[in-house]
Design a protein around this ligand. Structure first.
Ligand code: AMP
Ligand code: MG
Length: 307
């Protein structure tokens, strides 16, 4: 694909919003770094973020919205998180809150968790794009997995040209650091970033110390894992098992009967939840270990590991 470089005028913003609306990927500037955006309600669009970045694992993504009112459509804010939102939004702070009823987000965005990370960015172009698109935008940093986060449109092109639909050029990012992430009850610092801990604590009081596992960036302990036992690389269900299929085969639910890994990624968490609700052990068909299949297998192996 040819990656368009869109300029920051109304026609560029409209083009970027249209691409998001049709399930495409647009890199856009925020005050932290350039984000790689997709419609957070569209599982296949979100799966394409992982494919474009070559990410080997599914971690929950931050959902970007235009203002606090929009954030409340997707997340539940208690008094403490609402105070923090009012103080630091728009700005480089992400808040992890419980999902709101009828949030409509793809389970791939939250990696199957019942919480969501939300942020209202301050960058005027990010704000203009979110307002025009009028929907939630999932956006990790716009770089290939394992490479440095991009702070110019040139960095984005150097890493992702040919793999995304467009980049909206807004010059250099001012903060250049990822957003601070806080969340949980009591409120804890999950990742240090663009807003100083002291400034948050001036409003919240001392933040809780997050447990070892949750502080490692991107390596949440609170990964969704089904209650049911998982048996991988199964070509059929044993008696009493339910079968999660891939490709044409008899099964209870199919990640993608046409064997499409993007579709499979989009369906993964929702179908695991649905089968888990049946209360039986889950057998899972083999998934090819290429492209998005790697991230799918990573998640399945974690879910199948003894715990
Ligand atoms: P990135 O978008 O690459 O800057 O990373 C997003 C960060 O937010 C990752 O470290 C995630 O683990 C964290 N995150 C996103 N959603 C949640 C959530 N629901 N609970 C806890 N952490 C989250
Ligand atoms: Mg990153």
């Amino acid at each position: 694909m040819d990656t368009q470089r869109l300029v920051s005028d109304p026609s560029g913003l409209n083009a970027a919003a249209d691409i998001l609306g049709s399930g495409g990927l647009v890199a856009f500037p925020t005050e932290t770094v350039y984000g790689l955006g997709a419609d957070a309600r569209d599982g296949e669009a979100v799966a394409r973020i992982y494919a474009a970045k070559g990410r080997p694992a599914f971690n929950p993504l931050i959902v970007h919205v235009a203002d606090v009112a929009a954030a409340q459509r997707y997340g539940l804010f208690d008094v403490a998180t609402r105070k923090v939102a009012d103080a630091f939004w728009p700005g480089p702070l992400s808040l992890v809150v419980p999902l709101a009823p009828d949030h409509g987000l793809s389970p791939l965005v939250t990696a199957g968790l019942d919480t969501v990370a939300l942020r209202v960015p301050a960058h005027p172009l990010a704000h203009a794009l979110l307002t025009r698109f009028d929907g939630p935008v999932a956006a990790p940093s716009a770089n290939p997995s394992g490479r440095i986060s991009p702070t110019t449109a040139g960095h984005v092109m150097a890493g992702l040209s040919g793999r995304i639909d467009a980049v909206l050029d807004g010059g250099a990012c001012s903060v250049g650091l990822e957003s601070t992430i806080i969340g949980g009850t009591p409120l804890a610092l999950l990742r240090p970033g663009g807003v100083a801990q002291e400034d948050i604590e001036a409003i919240t009081g001392p933040l809780a110390v997050a447990s070892e596992q949750i502080t490692a960036p991107g390596q949440l302990a609170s990964h969704y894992a089904p209650n049911a036992a998982l048996r991988l690389n199964a070509d059929h269900a044993e008696p009493g098992e339910v079968l999660l299929g891939f490709g044409p085969m008899p099964c209870d639910l199919n990640l993608s009967d046409r064997g499409d890994l993007v579709e499979a990624a989009a369906n993964l968490f929702g179908q695991l939840h649905a089968l888990d609700a049946r209360g039986a052990p889950i057998a899972v068909a083999p998934i090819p270990n290429t492209g998005l299949g790697r991230a799918i297998n990573d998640r399945l192996q974690r879910a199948a590991a003894p715990r």
